[in-house]
Write a new protein. Structure first.
Length: 181
């Protein structure tokens, strides 16, 4: 004989689980769309309803990385202010928010990541200093200076043993080369 109470309980649980899984998937999809469109109000609404602001897309990037890469400044600023957001999370290729801010020449964002959120300046492999040293941004010299002020390891070696100085020379950035000497 089938225990109807047991069966009903499991059906309700299953329905709840399916709905919640769908809601979380929708939250992630909406989060990444909002990050691309710089729709801060959508991200705020998702945060208020408890969405995971550290969820990742199929490229292994979380919303902060997507927002920085897309130039979605309002969303990036909001996410950096959220203590739950992991500012040191790496994409599948090892990029961090600080690395993207460095190559993009976004001094204000880099400063907030380092000073207010304690973003990791040094890490094994490619670093924000490598990225800044290869940036054609008008702020590249200031970015390198900012990173060095916060103890970026000047002789950091990438996996292929490339240093920031080598990157600056390769990309033809004499002011950065001088700063790194």
């Amino acid at each position: 004989m089938i225990n109807m109470k047991f069966l009903k309980k499991h059906i309700v649980f299953y329905a709840f689980f399916c709905c919640m899984t769908s809601l979380f998937a929708d939250d992630a999809r909406i989060l990444f769309q909002a990050a691309v469109r710089d729709d801060e109000s959508a991200v705020v609404a998702l945060a208020l309803r408890g969405a995971d602001l550290n969820s990742r897309n199929d490229k292994g990037e979380h919303a902060l990385l997507v927002a920085i890469r897309q130039g979605s400044r309002k969303v990036a600023d909001f996410l950096v202010r959220q203590n739950v957001v992991d500012v040191n999370a790496k994409s599948l290729v090892g990029e961090t928010p600080l690395m993207l801010a460095a190559i993009g020449g976004d001094l204000e964002l880099a400063r907030r990541l380092i000073v207010h959120r304690k973003a990791e300046v040094n890490q094994p492999g490619w670093t924000a200093l490598h990225y800044a040293a290869s940036s054609k941004s008008p702020a590249s010299v200031d970015m390198v200076h900012l990173l060095l002020e916060h103890h970026a390891y000047i002789d950091a070696e990438s996996p292929n043993r490339t240093t920031p100085l080598m990157m600056a020379a390769q990309y033809g950035l004499p002011e950065v080369v001088t700063l790194l000497l």
